[in-house]
Design a protein around this ligand. Sequence first.
Ligand code: GLA
Length: 497
Amino acid sequence: MGRKVPIISGIALSSLLLFGSTVSAQDTEALHATDVPSMKEHFKESFKIGAAVEPHQLEGESADVLKYHYNSIVAENVMKPETIQPEEDEFNWEEADKIVEFANENDMDLRFHTLIWHSQIPDWFFLDEEGNPMVDETDEEKRKENKELLLDRLETHVRTIVERYKDDVDAWDVVNEVIDDGEPNEQGLRESPWYKITGTEYIKRAFEVAREYGGEDAKLFINDYNNEVSPKDDHFYNLVSDLVEDGVPIDGVGFQSHIQLGWPTIEESKEAFERFVDLGLDIQVTELDVSIYGWPPSGEYNRYDEIPAEVLSKQADRYTELFDLYKELDANISNITFWGIGDDHTWLDDRASEHSDDGVGKDAPFVFDTEFNVKPAYYAMMGMENPNVDEESEENEEDTTDENKDNSSEETDNTSEDTTDENKDNSAEETDNTSEDTTDENTNNPAEETDNTTEEEKEEGAALADTSTNFPIGLVIGTIILQIGGLLLFSRKQVQS
Ligand code: GLA
C-alpha cells in the first residue's frame, strides 16, 4: 500500500511562490505510516506494540497500518459485557469473533478487554429474580441470595468467554477500574454495584474462574487508569499486593495510561511501575493516548489542522520520555497498547468536544495523524531523527522559543498543577461517563465522521499552514512568470497587428 503524501501540491506551491512565500523541508512532505520503519519490529526485543480497534478498522488502510506496525490488538468496545452478553444467557460473538480472527490470521497477540467492569454492562446483571435493583435490597437474607445470584452470573459470564477464547487470548483484563479516584472508603474501592452487592468477593471470584477455565497459561490482569497518581496509586498497589498475598491468581497489572503532555510526571509513572516489578508481576500499558489538552480538556482546536506544530513537538518530547522509561523497564513490561491507531479515531474527541466552548474539539493523541502519516511523536518514540526538522529551522525554533520560553513554561506548569487535582478527583467519573456515552458513537464509526470534517480542510489548511520560513526566490520566480506573460501578450499583439 504505502504512499508518500506531498503536503503541498504543485498548484498550492506555485501560488505560494507567486506571493513570495516559501517552504522549509519541515513542511514539504509527511511520510505515510507504511513508508517508515515498523514499530513492532523496532521494539520486538522489548515488548509487543498494540492498538485498540473497532471491527470496521480491520479493513482498508487502517488494517494495512495495523498489520505493518502492530503485533497485538484489543477490542475498543465489542468485548465489553454489554456487547458480549446483552441479555442473560444470550451471548453475541459476531463482532468479537472478527477481532479474534484478525489477530489469528495476522499472528498478533490478543488482549481481551474486559471480563468484569462496572461500566458498559447491561442492567440485568444487577437485578434480582423479581427484576428489582439488588443494590436497593435491605433484607439480610435476600441480600445474601442476591450476592450468590450475582456471583453465579459472574461465573457464567467469565467461564463462557474464557472457554471460547482461551486458545486465542494472550492477556485477559479480568477486572477493570475497581479502584475509585477518591477515597469513598479506607481502601479506595470503587463502590460500584459489584462492590455494593458482593464486597471484594467479585474480584477474587473473577480471577479464580478465569484461572480455572483458562488454565495455568492464561495471563490474568487487573487494569485501571490514573493508577500512577495519589491516592489511587497506593490503593491500587495495596489491593493488588493483598490479592497476591491471598493467593488470588493474578499475573499482571495494566496501566491504562490515558495521559497528557505534562501529566502525570514521568517520575510518578516510573515509581508506580517499579512497585509492581518488586511484586514480581508483569506490567502492560493497556490504553495509551497522550491528549494534547490538560484537564478539563479545553478542546480549543476545532479542526486537526488548527493544532500548532509546537504542541505536536511537545507531544514528541513526551513520547521520548515515555518510551525511554518503557525501554528501561522492558524486562518487566510485555505490551504497550495504544487506545487507537491514528488520530482519525479517538474517544478523546468526544471528551474534548464535551468540554469545549462551542461543542467542537479535536484531539491528537497518537503517533500517526488523521491520514496515517507519521507525526513528530513517531520519530520520538522510535528514537529516530525527524527528517522533517532541519537543523536550521530547529535553531530558529530555539531562538524564538527562547523568547517565549518564560511565558509558555509558566503556563504549562500552571496547567499541570491546576489540573492535577481535578484529574485525581474527577477524571475518573469523566472517563466513565464519556466512555459510556460515546460507546454507541464509537461503534457507529466516528472515524468516518472525523475524516469528513478534516479532509478537505486539512489539504487546504496544511497547504497554507506553516509557510513561515521565507526566502525571496518566490519573488524572483513570480517576477519571471509575469515577465514571460508580458512578453507573450506583447508578441501576440505584434502578430495581430
Ligand atoms: C476506559 C476503558 C476503556 C474505554 C476507555 C475510553 O479506559 O477501560 O474500555 O472505554 O475508558 O474509551
